[in-house]
Every structure is written in C-alpha cells, then in structure tokens.
Design a protein around this ligand. Structure first.
Ligand SMILES: Nc1nc2c(c(=O)[nH]1)N[C@H]1C(S)=C(S)[C@@H](COP(=O)(O)OP(=O)(O)OC[C@H]3O[C@@H](n4cnc5c(=O)[nH]c(N)nc54)[C@H](O)[C@@H]3O)O[C@H]1N2
Ligand SMILES: Nc1nc2c(c(=O)[nH]1)N[C@H]1C(S)=C(S)[C@@H](COP(=O)(O)OP(=O)(O)OC[C@H]3O[C@@H](n4cnc5c(=O)[nH]c(N)nc54)[C@H](O)[C@@H]3O)O[C@H]1N2
Ligand code: SF4
Ligand SMILES: [Mo]
Length: 733
C-alpha cells in the first residue's frame, strides 16, 4: 500500500508537505507523517503526485529522518575551548553566543572595515530563505564582502549562455519522447536519478542511450553504449561532431537559416577539427566519432543531458558552449524530446530583491571574493587576496595588491563545509587555523569546518523550518512546511541571522518579519509571467506548482533563444566582448600541461618515477553521499566503505599497485592517501576518487581536495576539481 494511504488511515497523524533541500537537480517533493500526540515524525516519502519525482526519494533522503534525528545533531551553541581544528567545544547559551559574535564582528568592522567580514556559503540547502535569504539581508546591511558562488556550475553556465542565452532547455519529462539520448558528463543514476524513468520510457519506445564519460558509471552500465573519453576533452569531441555534421551536410538547413547566427564562420572554423584530430585528444576512435555524429544528426528527436561533471576543467566553459551548438545545428529543438538540458534554473527568473534586500547596501559595492580561492582569500598576503577577487572573464582585471582590501578577519560559514569541499585544502586549512581569524559556523553537525570555528551555532534541518525551493532539473517550484519542532535548541538560519542582526543593532523592520511572512511576500512579489497563477494559498494547499509554461514546452522550436540576437549563437559577439573567441574553439585542460602548477608557493617536491607518467585525477560524487553531506551517517559511510582511488589495471601494473593497496596521490599542492581499487571501469591514464569524504573519516585526516587547485576555469571562474595532474604510487603501511 502506498505510504500516503497507509498513514491516512493511522489515527493522530498529520501529513505535512515539504521538499528536499539538497543540492540536486531533482528537488523532490516529499510528505512527512507526524504523530500529533508526540510530535514525532514517523516516516517520509516522495509526494505521489509530483510529475517528475513521482513519489520516489533517493536512497539518501529516504532516510532523512535518520539525519534529522541523528544522535550527533548539534543541539546547543558551542564555544571552542581547544586549538582550532581539534573539535573541542563547550556548550553555551544562545544569548552568550550571539553577544560574543556581535562583539567580535563589531570589533573587526571598527578596526578593518566591513569587507574584513567574509561569508562562506553554498547549497547545503537550496531553500531561498534558509539559503541566502535572511543571510543576505544581514550581510548587505553590514556591507560585508560578497562571495561569488563559483564552486559548482559557473563555467558551464557561462558557456551555455553564450550559445543559448540562459540556463534552460528540455524538460525532463520530454526525454521520454527522444529516440537518441546522449548522457554526456553526467552520472544520472547517482546525481539526477529522477530523469532515468523518462530515459527508460524512451528506450521502451526504441531509443538508444549513449553515455560519454571517462568512467563506466552505474549510468554507463545501464545504458546501451559507453563512450569512454579522456577528462577535459569533450570540447574537442563536440567540435569534431560539428565537423562531420557540417562536412557531410547533415545539418537542418532550414532551422539553421532561420534560428541561428554565424553558420558561415562556424563552417570555416570546424574544418580544422577532424575526427582524427579529436581522436588523438579525446581517446575516442575517429570512426566512432563519425558514427556518433551521423546517428546524432539522423535520429530525431535527439536529447542531450549534460551536467556539471564535464565543465570542472580549464576549458569547461567552452566545452559546454560547443556542445550546446549541436541541437540547433541538427534542428533537434523542433521536436518534443529534442534539445539539450544543462539546467532549468534560467526558467525561474525570480525577483529576489525583496527577499535579499540589496538596497541595504546603500549603493555601496563591496569586493567580491571567488569562493574557489578561499585559500588565497584567507591568506595575509595582499597579492593572494587580490588574486581571490572575482574576475570571471578575461576582461575583468585583477586588482593591484594595494587595492585588494583588508585581510579577512571574520568568516561566517553556513550551508557549506569548506574544510572538506574547497579546492587547495592545505591553503584553506592553513587559513582556518589563523589565530587572528574569527570563525562562526552554522551547522547541523560537527563537520570538518565546524572543528575550526570559534562559535558553532546549531541549525534546523528541512523537517523543522519553512522554505521555498526552485529546482535546476525541472519546472516545479515547491514549498516546505515544518513537520516537527526544532531539535534541541537549533534554530533556522533565518532566525539565527535575525538574532545576530538584533545583537548588531540593526533596526530595519525586515529583521523582524516572520519566515512565513517573508515567503508569502516573496511569492506575491513575482511579476514574471512564468509565475502567473503561483499563489501562496496554492502552494500551501498543493505543496508544489509547475511554472506557467505551455505543455509540452518546446522553448526553442521556433528560435526565440535568450541571446541578444534571439538566435542560437554559433558566433557570439558577447563572448568576443568578454575577451573570448567568438566561435567554438578547442580549449585544452590544464592537466595536460607538463609543468602543472609548478612555480606555486606550496613548496612541494614531485616524486617522479622514471618511465611512469603523471595521471589525471577526477573526484566525482560517491553514490551514497551528497557532496560532503551524509558522510557522517553510519549507513552511508559504511555503504561507501573507505576513501578509494579507482585506477585502470594498466596504470596499476606500471606502478606495482594491487587491489586494496594503500596509495599516495600527490602533486605540488599536497598529497592524500587512498585505497586502490583496480578496475577497467575507468579510462587508462585517469584515476577516480569517489568523493567527498570528510577529512576526519579519511586516512591521515585529509581528503582529495588536498590536490585540487584553486585555479579558475576559462569561464565564470569555475572550479577545476576534475582537471588535476597527479602522481600515484604505492605506499607501505
Ligand atoms: N548522489 C549524489 N547526487 C548529487 C551530488 C552528490 O554529491 N551525490 N551532487 C549534486 C551536485 S552539487 C551536483 S553539481 C550534481 C553533479 O552532477 P553531475 O554533473 O552528474 O556529477 P558529477 O559526478 O560531478 O559528474 C558526472 C560525471 O562526469 C564525469 N566526468 C568527469 N570529468 C569529465 C569529463 O571531462 N568529461 C566527461 N564527459 N565526463 C566527465 C564523471 O566521471 C561523472 O560520472 O549532482 C548533484 N547530485
Ligand atoms: N573533490 C571534489 N570537491 C568538490 C566536488 C567534487 O565533485 N569533487 N563537488 C563540488 C560541488 S559540485 C559542490 S556544489 C560543492 C558542495 O559543497 P557544499 O555546498 O559545502 O556541500 P556539502 O558538502 O553538502 O555541505 C553542506 C553543509 O551544509 C549543511 N547544511 C545543510 N542545510 C543546512 C541549513 O539549513 N543550515 C545550515 N546552517 N547548514 C546546513 C550540511 O550539514 C553540510 O555540512 O563541493 C564541491 N567540491
Ligand atoms: S537528494 Fe536529489 S534525488 Fe535525493 S531526495 Fe533530494 S532532490 Fe530527490
Ligand atoms: Mo554542485
């Protein structure tokens, strides 16, 4: 019997609608059964009426009650009593915590100015209110440094924008109508599982599914075909596909004539990118590239799902820009089930000003720090602080060290675990250890980052607070109602920033509004036609609502791209103005450069072995973790076992590494110990470390981000998590 029916029959039971807060494209609507006499949540399941997530939660969030009720949840404010990083704390009252924090922040501001305060947050919750909502009000009022949210999707989003104009595309349900599906740099069954039923529906109607990935992931195994590719070379493959499609006259002339810009220069440009050329770079045989190009052009509707895996490279922005040209070239957008999806976030043009209140800055524009350069930002060297300023495009200047602004003296971390997830971990931990840095962490658990805090504040989980979420994998907005009262003394982020605002003496009325009121006002403030018919009462009643878009939604069937010209821009004047090649071009990964990261200030010697070459290292999500969330829950920790390094038998043999051996992965940024898994499920020359383990659950107390660089991708200052050159060797234990 479906759980909803089961619990509807149970006496003294309330069913509360909510939505998963995690950083995942699916944004599943859920229901929670709560016992009205005890107030305890009894069970959780996917909302059965949601058209995309269809009543199913993933294996992690199916256990969300375990996470919320976990014995190690933080239940009181904590003050550090031991050295930074050791995790020794004592419980204090909310009053004491808030008073101490305000006193320290005021002192920092008085001495160094408000830009010496840096927030560090990401998508621990994607909720608009508990994410950045109230926090931004507080930080804007303070005029604190801004944080550029670069850690995940920026390179690809920027590249996609030059071609298509906005991050949107095919709806997931419409994949069911495709006849050919390319899952390209995305591990759907792990990171976006609710797309899969639609892929399966398409297959039952004869569709072929091809996965392009350096790893034979569970998605690749479930597909019809796996095309192994060297990391960071997708841009070259896309260029060669265009070479064949154009060279063999397989493109949709009518679509291209009417709805695209720049065919002529594109024709000229891709002549140089033959399949033979791309085969050399990508490791995909030239004949296979030709067959793929022909099949892709000839089969309609054809759908491409790219995700963020393939853009965590130096050429990640341009790779996405190149791939995004394909469906316009073949006219795939004409058809239901044709096109491409990177994200749907661009279909939610939410007006957030009333929520986040940028007007509280009074016209000031604080410096913006690239979150991928947290290590640099936390250093005391003005050159490195200058380098940490956000400069996403070639035309954006890096300030002179004298203009870099103050060193960061106070760090406020929420919805993120930078000690585990940020690149160049050695630099990050060194910064977090600085005695003159005052760190506040809002958290559910005592994470690696919380260990470095001066004060830790206990935050509520999604079971305990109000929020609204907009997804990046479909078109449904959702409301989350609290199902239970807060665990211990935990408080929603919104309330924590409200209390901090009061202690700072911020008297604006926006710091007095209730969560419900703020969310209701947010919905009412939306005037974009996509939100037409989206009323607070409707969300309260139904829990979620689809954007006001036609069904089926074929966004670019007749052009209407969101670019300045309105066409799909093979040639982009905007890209040229920003300092890029206006046409698709090959941008190689950094991990191919032999002098990788040499000349940095890390001071690490390579251990090179004669005749054994460096490898590329990628570290995509482990199936049972969500970034570094769920790592501390026994069930998921045990499921993943231990921090592994998957390597091809050829590479293992060359280095005399056997299954289960301890290996050291190093470059000049640092080194990390992992356990070898020898497998043909990864291309030779590349190693894969399923991530993101907490440091404290890892060998030697450090994780894979010891060896990932702070360097920026070509676009958006995106992260290079999968563009890493490493040396791997066996170590004796
Ligand atoms: N279970 C689970 N789900 C998640 C997450 C999680 O941690 N766990 N994280 C969430 C978040 S924050 C995000 S951003 C999304 C990410 O979702 P995805 O983008 O799907 O995730 P990744 O695993 O980073 O990358 C997908 C695949 O890209 C491959 N890959 C790496 N480099 C390249 C390359 O150069 N070319 C190609 N073709 N493939 C490459 C990897 O082997 C991996 O299989 O998932 C979200 N969902
Ligand atoms: N090596 C490597 N590094 C990576 C990646 C990779 O693939 N490989 N992936 C990168 C990507 S794509 C991303 S998006 C980032 C993700 O990095 P993060 O955004 O830091 O994600 P999480 O590690 O899940 O940490 C989120 C934290 O927020 C907390 N949290 C959740 N909800 C709330 C709340 O309501 N209030 C408060 N106060 N806290 C809350 C959780 O307990 C958790 O500790 O990591 C990046 N780092
Ligand atoms: S993590 Fe993703 S798949 Fe799992 S419940 Fe949340 S939104 Fe759904
Ligand atoms: Mo992400």
């Amino acid at each position: 019997m479906p759980k909803l029916d089961l619990y509807l029959k149970r006496p003294n039971t309330n069913i509360i609608n909510g939505v998963c807060p995690h950083d995942c494209p699916d944004t599943c609507a859920w229901q929670v059964a709560v016992d009205t006499s005890s107030g305890q949540a009894l069970d959780i399941w996917g909302h059965p009426h949601h058209a995309v997530t269809q009543g199913v939660l993933c294996g992690k969030v199916d256990r969300y009650l375990e996470r919320s009720y976990h014995a190690s949840r933080l239940t009181t404010p904590l003050k550090r009593v031991g050295p930074k990083g050791k995790g020794e704390f004592t419980a204090i009252s909310w009053d004491q915590a808030v008073t101490e924090i305000a006193a320290n922040l005021k002192q920092v501001i008085a001495e160094f100015g408000p830009e010496a305060v840096l927030p560090y947050s990401y998508a621990g919750t994607m909720g608009l209110l508990q994410g950045e909502g109230m926090a931004q009000r507080f930080l804007n009022r303070m005029e604190a440094s801004k944080l550029a949210a670069t850690i995940c999707s920026e390179a690809g989003s920027a590249g996609y924008k030059y071609t298509i104009g906005r991050s949107t595309g095919l709806e997931p349900q419409d994949f069911a109508h495709a006849r050919l599906i390319l899952i390209w740099g995305s591990n759907t069954l792990t990171s976006n599982m609710h797309l899969w039923p639609f892929v399966q529906q398409a297959r039952r109607q004869g569709a072929r599914v091809i996965v392009i990935d350096p790893a034979r992931t569970r998605t690749a195994r479930a597909a019809d075909e796996w095309i192994p590719i060297r990391p960071g070379t997708d841009g070259a493959l896309a260029l060669a596909l265009m070479h064949v499609i154009i060279g063999e006259g397989l493109y949709d002339e009518d679509y291209v004539d009417n709805y695209t810009v720049g065919l002529e220069p594109l024709v000229e440009r891709v002549k140089r990118y033959s399949p033979e050329w791309a085969a050399e770079i990508s490791g995909v045989a030239s004949e296979r590239i030709r067959l793929l190009a022909r099949a892709y052009a000839a089969t309609q509707p054809s759908a491409i799902r790219i995700n963020y895996g393939l853009q965590r490279h130096a050429g990640g922005g341009m790779a996405v820009r190149n791939i995004a040209c394909l469906p316009a070239l073949t006219g795939a957008w004409r058809h239901r089930g044709g096109g491409i999806q990177l994200s749907t976030s661009g279909s939610f043009p939410m007006d957030l000003d009333q929520l986040e209140r940028p007007d509280l800055l009074n016209g000031r524009v604080p410096r913006e720090i690239n979150m991928n350069r947290l290590g640099d930002a936390l250093s005391l060297d003005p050159k490195r602080i200058a380098r940490a300023h956000h400069h996403p495009r070639p035309i954006d200047p890096v300030p002179a060290p004298d203009d870099a602004g103050p060193a960061v003296k106070a760090l406020i971390v929420f919805n993120s675990n930078p000690a585990a997830v940020s690149p160049d971990q050695r630099a990050v931990l060194k910064g977090l250890r600085r005695p003159d840095l005052y760190t506040v962490v809002l958290e559910h658990f005592q994470t690696d980052t919380a260990d470095y805090a001066d004060i830790v504040l206990p935050a509520t989980t999604q079971l305990e607070h109000w929020d609204i979420l907009t997804p990046y994998g479909h078109m449904y907005i959702a409301l989350n109602r609290p199902a239970i009262t807060p665990i211990g003394q935990s408080q929603p982020n919104s309330e924590i920033f409200r209390r901090l605002a009061a202690a700072m003496g911020y008297e604006e009325s926006c710091f007095g509004e209730s969560d419900e009121q703020i969310l209701q006002d947010l919905i009412q403030a939306q005037t974009h036609p996509h939100f037409e018919g989206m009323y607070w009462d409707r969300l309260l009643d139904q829990g979620f609502a689809r954007l006001n878009l036609p069904e089926p939604y074929l966004p670019f069937a007749k052009g209407n791209f969101y670019t300045p010209s309105g066409g799909c821009e093979f040639y982009s004047e905007g890209a040229a103005a920003d300092g890029y090649d206006p046409l698709p071009v090959w941008t190689p990964p950094k991990s191919e450069q032999r002098d990788w990261n040499l000349g940095r200030d890390a001071g690490f010697e390579h251990a090179t072995i004669a005749g054994v070459s460096a490898l590329k290292c990628i570290s995509p999500p482990a199936h049972s973790f969500l970034n570094s969330s769920f790592v501390n829950l026994e069930r998921f920790n045990q499921r993943e076992g231990q921090p592994l390094l998957c390597l091809h038998p050829q590479d293992a043999e060359q280095r005399r590494i056997g299954e289960g051996d301890r290996v050291c992965v190093r470059n000049d940024l640092g080194s990390v110990s992992l356990i070898a898994r020898v497998t043909e499920d990864i291309v030779p020359g590349t190693v894969l470390a399923p991530s993101i383990w907490w440091n404290k659950f890892s060998i030697d107390g450090i994780n894979i981000n010891q060896i990932t660089p702070q360097d920026e991708a070509d676009m958006g200052a995106g992260a290079l998590f999968y563009d890493v050159r490493v040396w791997v060797e066996r170590v004796e234990v």
